[in-house]
Design a protein around this ligand. Structure first.
Ligand SMILES: Cc1cc2nc3c(=O)[nH]c(=O)nc-3n(C[C@H](O)[C@H](O)[C@H](O)COP(=O)(O)O)c2cc1C
Length: 273
């Protein structure tokens, strides 16, 4: 089967598919139907742009039939001001309702996050979701044990991140690690995948935004994320596949409070050249 097929009855020979193909592997000349170039099989990154862009629904990729790709709903396009308020009003949530989040909701957020850009469309993310509260508390306690060790050893991170205070607050009953969130989502990928750090981080950012859009709260779990990187016993606890590294950890849950306004941020430092 050819890499892609063109419905000659629908194709208007406009060459749009060839113009957007990131790898330049669609041969097209005016008045002709597009066809895969000689290098297409080798170079295609299965990004689906050729299928997604065609205004006539004329092109199907072997990996994605045009009928399988959901058409855009024009009613759902955000205006600039709507997008601006949505993006600037997302907050890191650190107070959660004592309620579980349905697993289907989390899976649909992860499906959205899988649309984040990734180098060569490699989609490097592997996801682990934990929603067992007792286990989350146990793991957070292990992170605190590690932080306590850093404080004791006067590690440079201890001073930089005020770890003595983080530990003291945990000991007085405040969950400074996971903020009492009912869910922790982690993304991992092979350590040596060159673009995994960016791909996973962007996917996590998508997840956080998607959570906000679905009425959920999220917050990056920095200490939890750092622990397996710097403390091998924690990496063992998480049981990741051999050669994999955690690239992001996110708390999730229903927010206890609603934010009413948008806080100030530094003025962007921009240099035009
Ligand atoms: C990589 C990263 C790690 C973070 N780690 C934590 C964390 O461990 N605990 C926490 O409460 N917030 C954490 N945050 C949230 C930041 O504190 C928060 O994004 C920042 O204060 C700005 O607030 P906003 O997200 O509500 O705009 C982290 C954020 C990032 C990007």
């Amino acid at each position: 089967m050819s890499l892609f097929t063109v419905d000659a009855g629908k194709c208007k020979k406009d060459g749009i598919c060839a113009a957007v193909c990131p790898m330049g592997i669609i041969d097209w000349s005016k008045g002709e139907n597009p066809k895969p170039s000689a290098e297409a099989e080798e170079l295609c990154i299965t990004c689906g742009h050729c299928v997604a862009v065609c205004p006539h629904g004329a092109l199907s990729h072997r990996a994605m039939a045009v009928e399988a790709c959901q058409p855009l709903d024009k009613e759902l396009v955000l205006t600039g001001p709507q997008a601006g308020q949505f993006l600037t009003s997302r907050r890191s949530i650190r107070a959660y309702q004592d309620e579980p989040v349905p697993r289907e909701t989390i899976e649909s957020l992860i499906r959205i996050a899988s649309y984040a850009p990734s180098g060569h469309n490699m989609q490097p993310c592997h996801w682990v979701v934990r929603d067992d509260r007792a286990e989350l508390k146990r793991l957070a306690g292990l992170v605190v044990d590690w932080l306590r060790g850093l404080v004791k050893a006067k590690h440079q991170l201890a001073e930089m991140l005020h770890l003595d205070r983080v530990v003291a607050r945990w000991e007085s009953g405040m969950d400074t690690i996971l903020r009492g969130a009912p869910v922790l989502v982690q993304v991992h990928a092979p350590k040596d995948d060159r673009t995994a750090p960016q791909g996973c981080t962007i996917a996590m950012a998508y997840l956080e935004l998607a959570a906000a859009a679905h009425g959920l709260g999220a917050c990056w779990a920095g200490f939890f994320n750092m622990a397996p990187l710097l403390h091998p016993p924690m990496a063992k606890e998480l049981g990741l596949p051999e050669g994999h590294q955690v690239f992001g950890s996110m708390m999730l849950g229903k927010p206890k409070y609603k934010y009413q306004r948008i806080p100030l941020r530094k003025t962007p430092d921009i240099v035009w050249k």
